[in-house]
Each structure stands twice: as C-alpha cells, then as structure tokens.
Design a protein around this ligand. Structure first.
Ligand code: TXE
Length: 479
C-alpha cells in the first residue's frame, strides 16, 4: 500500500517522485512505498501552514476544541484499522496497539482539546506604580513536529495535539520506518473538519525530509522525539536560527529494587517494564539493580518469567514479544549481546534471534537478561532500545544511587520500596525527569514529561506543552 503526503488537506505524491520502501517487520517484506520528500515538499507544506495560520490562530478555543474532540472520536471509531496498521508497520503485538497505542492517540487529542480551554496566563499588578502587567500566550506560527517509530501514532499526536490546540499550524514528519498511521490520520482530520493546512504531514527520511524541516528558516519551533545523536544534530542547526526546541531523547533507566517491596507486584511490573513493546520504549527500565539479600531469589524468578514470554507474530493474541522494528535495529540490538559477553556479562536467558515458522524473514529476538559484573560496562551505559536488560546486586542506598546516576542519560527511574523516608531520599536525588515508585509507566497527561542530561531539554505534557507551543508576551499598562 503506497502512501502520500498530506498537504493543505490533499493527498499528493512527492514533487521529486522519489520513493522509499516500507517494510513489514513481522515477515521482512516490502509492502508499500512512501514518499522521500525534499525541500520543495517542505516549502509547500510550510506555505500551506502559513496560509492557514491566520484563520486557525483566530479560531475560538471552543471551535478548536470541538474539532479536536471530533478527531479524538474518529480515532476511537477507527481503532481496529489503525491498530492493524500500527502493528503491521512496527511489529508490535496487535493487542498492544489496540489496548495502548491507538487509545492513547485518541486521548492526546481529547486531553489537549480540554486543556486549551483551561490554559490561563498571568497578570501582575505593579503596586505603587499605577501599572498592570498581563501576559499573552500567543501561538508561534508554523511549527515542526518530528516523531520516532517506537510508538508511532501515540507520539506523533502527543506533539500535534498541543501544537494545534495552542493555535499553531504544523508541518509534521512521522518516522520513515512507521509512516502508516500518520498517513491515515490525514483522512480523519479532513472528516473532522480540521481546516486545510492546519496540519501537514510530510513523509521521508530524516536526512532529507527531517533535515528540510529543521533547516527551514520560518519554522520557528521544533518538537522532536528520537535518538540522542539526532537530537544533538538538530540542536546544532536550530541554535543559530534561535528556534524553540523540545527534545525528548534516549534513556538508560534504572529499575531499583529493595528487599522490602511488594515482591509479586514488583516482579510482574518489572517483566513489563523490561520487555513491553520489545523493550523499545524510551522509559523501559533497562538496568535492574536488586538489593543483595533478595538478589538470588529475584534472579531465579525473573529469568523463569522471562523465559515464559512468547515471542511470536504480532497478530497472535498470546504474543508477548513481537518483531523488532527493522533489520538494522535487530542487528544493532543483537550486537550488544556480544559486547556484553566481551565485557564479562553472563547471558542468563535469551541472547538469540528467533525464527518463526511462516515468517522466517521477520525481525524477532528472544527477551534477554544479562548479569553484568559492573555497572560501568557498555551494555549498562549505552541505550540498546530492545529486549535486553541487565541485572546486578547492590548493598547500600548510597551505592545504588551512585550507579543509577552514573550514566549520560536521565529520562526516568523506577524505585521499589515500602520505606517512605527512603522513597523521599532517593527520589529527590535521582537524576531523572520522571520517577515512578512502586509502579511503572503510569501516566497522567497533566504531568511534565521529559528528561535531564542527554535525555533532552524541555518538557511535554499538560500545560508544559502548551507553554512550549506559545510565546509569552508581557503587556505593561500604566494607568
Ligand atoms: O532514531 P532517529 P533512529 C533511540 C534508540 C535508537 C536510536 C536510533 O536508541 O536505537 O535512537 O534510532 C528523524 N533531521 N531512539 O535512528 O534517527 C527520523 O526520520 C531531522 C529513542 O530510528 O533519531 C525520525 O522521524 N529529523 C527514541 C526521527 O528523527 C531527523 C525513539 C527519529 O529518528 C534527522 C527512537 C535529521 N537529520 C529512537 N535524522 C525515544 N526517545 O523514544 C533523523 N530524523
């Protein structure tokens, strides 16, 4: 199935007629072509967004909100179709796309449709000076949104929804590896009555299409989720043009387990936080640290549970681990098993690719647990972004905190304990944008979302996202 760019409400081929293959990770086959758009396509998308801006930025909040709620409803109404497309494009289990990815895309629109009606700005009375200051929160204009392949529609809409709620018009690029649900969103926007040009979806490689977005002199803000190296590259280009940047990048998140935790709950959640979505979530807890007194017990129980996870075709309802997103990514993740061994790591389970009958060319890998001799080895420091976790014991709070923080990343952290004082001490000192205690990936869309250190700059979520997509302007009136 071929897909097209969505510009000014119309579906069109790339101007250069340059196309790239779209692969199905579950069987390794090419099943369609996607545009590899260039500067000219981005210019067209920009012009379309620019023309729409006057109307959209002056559209009442009630009307914006009404259209966005309609988009949300239509995503829900198309749940099956979108989930199937997502699973086919990405390799994730179909049940997961149905239960999480697509409902969350719908929630993103619903949430920001409502949030914009509650978004208020400040005023300050300058006492004794007979003056009042008030702050306008104005839309930026045309903004760029670039998203990755791991949670395709979920993260695409996480950016687009606040951008348009705040009155901006958007030039957006989904990952070239998973373009399908973003393509389908175009039809939904038309059906919901989103005015032409408010959202433009342009497909293609990062180095051509993405690059053209970040280099465009009049696209004044970029919201990006993806790899840390790409994020650094974007920052270098955007900085001399003084673009506003929100970068949500990689993670190497610690999962810290104390002996006083609720063991069963911790175990079930740790299996999930390690291998959900084939471990391809920036929030996965890929470094597991376990208090020494329960380490051996944990190791036995965890490995048994992980061995029982079924690696299978994404369409099968009992599949727990589907296909990885691409051949290149599978090769990268697999290479870390060898790196771990060279560094003295012991593969406790997994470590191999998997061949599934009927889908022999799919990109499958066993969920893998590696016991590491030190927290400083490469598998414990570098983002693998696949079904591979490391485990090691610790003795003291100080020791584990030091290891947890001793990486270049700082996205999220998980802590398992029932000791309130310890919870407070550790949460305060963890270098992370998000800390979960006795849970994982429990999300409330009002909360700030993002990381510190090499995990990025800025925060998404709630009013943080609406602040990012608006420019504050202070007006001071003397009376
Ligand atoms: O991501 P890229 P990749 C991490 C993960 C993974 C690594 C590389 O460790 O192994 O990053 O993945 C677009 N200008 N994460 O290479 O390239 C690209 O087209 C503008 C973590 O697939 O960063 C896609 O739309 N855009 C992460 C988007 O950037 C460019 C999720 C992300 O792709 C561009 C994904 C350029 N020059 C990977 N180059 C997370 N934080 O969740 C690429 N892109």
């Amino acid at each position: 199935m071929d897909i097209k760019n969505y510009i000014n409400g119309n579906f069109q081929n790339p101007i250069s007629n340059n196309w790239i293959d779209n692969y199905n990770p579950s069987n390794g086959e090419v099943y369609g072509q996607i545009p590899n758009s260039n500067k000219e396509d981005i210019e067209q998308a920009y012009q379309s967004a620019k023309s729409a801006f006057k109307l959209w930025s002056n559209t009442t909040l009630e009307e914006r909100s009404r259209i966005m709620l309609k988009i949300s409803e239509l995503i829900e109404a198309n749940l099956d179709k979108l989930a199937e497309a997502e699973s086919k494009d990405n390799g994730k289990p179909l049940w997961l796309a149905k239960a999480v990815d697509i409902p969350r895309a719908s929630s993103n629109f619903r949430f920001f449709a409502n949030a914009i009606t509650q978004f208020a700005s400040e005023s300050h009375e300058s006492i004794g000076q007979n003056a009042i200051n008030y702050t306008l929160r104005q839309p930026i204009g045309v903004v760029g949104c670039i998203s990755p392949w791991n949670l395709p529609l979920y993260l695409f809409t996480w950016k687009i929804a606040p951008a348009i709620a705040a009155g901006n018009c958007v030039v957006a690029k989904p990952s070239e590896v998973t373009p399908m649900t973003a393509y389908l969103l175009g039809d939904i926007c038309n059906e919901a009555g989103l005015p032409k040009g408010v959202l433009n979806i342009v497909h293609g490689l990062g180095t051509s299409t993405g690059q053209a977005i970040i280099e465009h002199p009049n696209i004044k803000a970029i919201s990006f989720t993806g790899g840390t190296t790409t994020g650094a590259h974007i920052a270098k280009i955007a900085a001399p043009m003084f673009k506003k940047l929100s970068l949500e990048l990689g993670g190497k998140n610690p999962n810290i387990i104390f002996a006083d935790c609720d063991y069963e709950d911790m175990m079930a959640t740790t299996v999930r936080s390690s291998f959900a979505n084939q471990g391809q979530i920036c929030l996965c807890g890929s470094r597991i640290f376990v208090e020494a007194s329960i380490y051996e017990q944990f190791k036995t129980d965890f490995v048994n549970k992980v061995k029982a996870l079924k690696v299978g075709h994404p369409s099968e309802s009992d599949t727990k681990v589907g296909a990885l997103v691409s051949k290149a990514h599978l090769d990268k993740v697999m290479s870390y098993v060898e790196i771990a061994k060279e560094d003295g790591g012991i593969v406790l389970c997994g470590g191999n690719s998997v061949t599934i009958e009927g889908y022999e060319n799919g990109y499958y890998m066993q969920p893998t647990v590696i016991e590491v001799p030190t927290d400083e080895c490469r598998v414990n420091q570098e983002e693998i972004f696949g079904p591979v976790v490391t485990i090691m014991p610790f003795n003291t709070e100080k020791e584990v905190l030091n290891m947890a923080n001793k990486v270049v990343y700082g996205l999220s952290a998980t802590l398992w304990t029932n000791d309130l004082k310890r919870t407070m001490r550790i949460s305060n000192q963890l270098q992370a944008g998000i800390v979960w205690v006795n849970t994982w990936l429990m999300r409330d869309l009002r909360t700030p979302f993002g990381g510190v250190k090499n995990s990025g700059v800025g925060r998404e979520g709630g009013f943080e996202a609406l602040r990012f997509f608006t420019e504050p302007k202070n007006v001071c009136i003397k009376y």
